[in-house]
Design a protein around this ligand. Structure first.
Ligand code: IMP
Ligand code: MG
Length: 170
């Protein structure tokens, strides 16, 4: 059940433009490798890449969660080598931070020149892992969010705005 947008398409576009400007300034003279976490961050990365005014490269990575605990495994790796690159890891939501902690660890093993985290949503009060977030579009309260790439059991990814979903997935 979804109601009024938490953030409408215009507010999202404005934050994406801000972050695009910040990345373009921070990485001027470099060609960052922007890596999106499939599948929810694909929409954000597609818009963000077009808000960046410096050359950049795009790739995607996917992880699987398994079991009831914090089991995480790489489902799909990047195709572009990470070593020596300025990597910007682009996620949809940093919640407990456990997913990102795993991906960051796996990428750092490959010795990138630098690694920064960019997230559409940050839900800091549920954090377990200590994650340094360089760019965030919105901080959200303790509600489950759908739309703009984010799903509830596979639904709502196609919506252009971000909505609070009445319940959390089981
Ligand atoms: P974490 O490992 O707890 O930080 O979980 C992060 C992942 O859970 C995100 O990358 C999302 O895919 C998913 N997730 C967390 N909160 C939400 C939400 O509100 N809506 C949709 N997906 C979410
Ligand atoms: Mg995700």
């Amino acid at each position: 059940m979804i109601g009024e947008p938490l953030f409408d398409a215009e507010s999202i576009a404005a934050r994406v433009a801000d972050i695009g400007t910040a990345i373009s300034a921070d990485y001027a003279g470099k060609t960052p490798l922007m890596i999106g976490l499939l599948r929810a961050a694909a929409t954000f990365l597609a818009d963000l890449a077009r808000a960046v005014t410096i050359p950049c490269q795009l790739d995607f990575i996917a992880v699987n969660k398994y079991g009831d605990g914090d089991g995480i495994a790489l489902e799909k790796d990047v195709a572009i080598p990470v070593e020596g690159r300025h990597v910007i890891l682009v996620d949809d939501t940093v919640d407990t931070g456990l997913t990102l902690q795993y991906v960051v660890k796996r990428l750092l093993e490959r010795r990138p020149a630098s690694l920064a985290v960019c997230t559409l949503l940050d839900r800091p009060h549920r954090r377990i892992a200590d994650i340094e977030i360089k760019y965030r579009a919105f901080e959200v309260p303790d509600v489950f969010v759908v739309g703009y790439g984010l799903d509830y059991l596979g639904r709502y990814r196609e919506l252009p705005a971000l909505y609070a979903h009445g319940t959390w997935p089981a």
